[in-house]
Design a protein around this ligand. Sequence first.
Ligand code: ZN
Length: 133
Amino acid sequence: MKTSHIEHIGIAVKSLDNAIPFFTKLLGTECYAIEEVKDQKVKTAFFLVGQTKIELLESTDPEGPIGKFIEKKGEGIHHIAFAVDNVNESLKEVEAMGITLIDKAGRKGAEGLNIGFLHPKSTFGVLTELCSK
Ligand code: ZN
């Protein structure tokens, strides 16, 4: 598999209202998009740092993946997303490498990207997302 760059880093936060002003100051740039991804039970806020985005994730449901993550581990880095040409092809490739997939096929994520997650148990504890346009 070939990745071109880190597309984004996902950070789980309890409150976007608290986190957005902080990251605006820290990064010296404005949040350029806020989007709810109903499917994932999250509200996301995006900052651009070079060609990499910082994606803040606030849970909209305690039973959702981010709600559960924060309950277990607290706020912090949730996942790293690598840009690839074609998510479906890359998922097949990593599966052939013996990596366990969370998503067998790409699905729609924030910003209209096609995304797929790899299981952290087979990626040294790092929840890894692949995404393509
Ligand atoms: Zn992501």
